[in-house]
Design a protein around this ligand. Sequence first.
Ligand SMILES: [Zn+2]
Length: 256
Amino acid sequence: MPKLIRLLATALLAIGASAGTVLATAAPAHADACYTWSGVLAQGSSGEAVRQLQIRVSGYPGTGGVLGLDGQYGPATKSAVARFQAAYGLTADGVAGPATFAKLYALQDDDCTPVNFSYAELNDCNTTWSGGNVSAATAKANALVTMWKLQALRHALGDQQIRVTSGFRSVSCNNAVGGASTSRHLYGDAADLGAGPHSLCTLAQAARNHGFAGILGPGYPDHNDHTHVDGRPSRFWSAPNCGVASLTGSLDPLGD
Ligand SMILES: [Zn+2]
């Protein structure tokens, strides 16, 4: 083509390419400061994207359930996702797509904690998460899961405040408050909840639906002034004044 037109065409192509670049960078997939999912996750998916999803829906395992954080999107994960979706008015198909991820982005802070809880709130013992019965990294990771369960509990109770009065404890912090030597506070997955606006029994009863294997509350020794929840390996629930009991009725193997 004539040189002038060729130049014009080249210029137009350059502008077009430039505009295309601008458009491409102006409308990326959602970029979240904590974690960004791409595509759709469904039963059969696996990997880190699934594990990140499992952490965030760990408060939706169904009554008495505990969701495994294994990165495998099986039936339990599908059900947990569906309960999460139903809780927030989304189509409850158990498939995690853009609407589900958008809700999760809205619910998480840049450090991956749910918006209504913080690492500081779950650790008034130290800032390092060290000195407990597990590594600092494990204690902090356990606290994150606990916070997502608390976020689910909070939403189920009308999005009113839940007050955490004690979370992670080092051995020395635990000794200072007279905690049991096997206390789950030493693992970072425990939280003591104070009354107001919810009663301690309301908290203990509702906690059964949100992934807490350990629940101790009113009527259990030394638990008339708080409700304790945790992520111990096997279920122990005891809040006799609230009608909360383990189905097995076994003795508490771990203490609080
Ligand atoms: Zn406790």
